[in-house]
Ligand binder design. Structure first.
Ligand code: SF4
Ligand code: SF4
Length: 247
């Protein structure tokens, strides 16, 4: 017992001070994309042609973050002259059209539904549904329970049963085989409930978009309240999204 106490004392508190203090991510992290409107049109077209996700509209000069897998190809081939990825991890949105961006994103907290804040601001229980995800989105949600992020200190927990949940968090491209399970889980979640879509696969089909085996976006099956882009979204993106949308 004394060893345990000494160990705790020596290690100190490992929990992040976020959101009271900022968190600096590693330089290789790719967050909110920023488009250079002055970039030559042929460079924009080359980036669009190289994008594996067809996420770039060169005429409009936009990136669809719902499709983007943040592979960095566009930044690399344009040498940062058309697209750069910033360190900003606050990239979740409440409206699907906000995923298509030139670099500016609306303030998520201002687009939250006030009744959600009132209902779930102090306690939010979520059921996670992995609908054929590769496990990276799921792992980066799981990590929110570790001491550094300590999601429970905000009154937010992942629970085992949809009957105990205030909403569902969906990951993966929603394969045909998972559709019925997903819809049943939603049905078992009492009203009022929230639906959170996490990761490129859930937002648009991701790398599997266009396959007859997956759904090209959760919003095609049911209404979505919160969209969290990434492949996978960084845990800080998930944390920022949950705190700003519900608190
Ligand atoms: S980073 Fe996104 S927009 Fe750029 S090439 Fe990769 S998938 Fe396409
Ligand atoms: S969005 Fe990317 S990380 Fe998440 S399940 Fe799909 S392929 Fe995996």
């Amino acid at each position: 017992m004394l060893n345990v106490l000494r160990n705790r004392f020596e290690q100190g508190c490992k929990t992040s001070k976020y959101p009271k203090a900022t968190v600096q991510l590693l330089p290789r992290y790719r967050g909110r994309p920023q488009i250079n409107p002055q970039a030559p049109s042929d460079l924009a077209a080359a980036c669009a042609a190289a994008c594996p996700q067809e996420a770039i509209d060169p005429a409009a000069g936009t990136i669809d973050m719902g499709r983007c897998v943040f592979c960095g190809t566009c930044e690399r081939i344009s040498k940062g002259r058309f697209v750069t990825f910033t360190q900003d991890f606050a990239i979740a949105v409440a409206e699907k059209e906000h995923l298509i961006t030139k670099g500016h994103l609306p303030n998520l907290a201002e687009h939250s539904r006030q009744h959600f804040k009132k209902l779930f601001g102090r306690s939010l229980q979520l059921r996670q549904v992995s609908a054929a995800g590769c496990n990276a989105c799921e792992a980066d949600l799981n990590v929110l329970a570790t001491p550094f992020f300590d999601l429970a200190r905000f009154g937010i927990n992942f629970v085992a049963s949809p009957r105990h949940a205030d909403g569902i968090v969906v990951t993966g491209p929603i394969s045909r085989n998972m559709q019925a399970a997903l819809l049943q889980t939603l049905k078992a979640t009492p009203q009022p409930r929230v639906v959170v879509a996490v990761g490129s696969c859930t937002l648009s089909g991701g790398p599997f978009r266009g396959s007859p085996e997956v759904s090209d976006g959760l919003d095609r099956l049911l209404p979505v309240d919160l969209y969290i882009p990434g492949c996978p979204p960084h845990p800080m993106t998930n944390l920022h999204a949950l705190l700003n949308f519900f608190k």
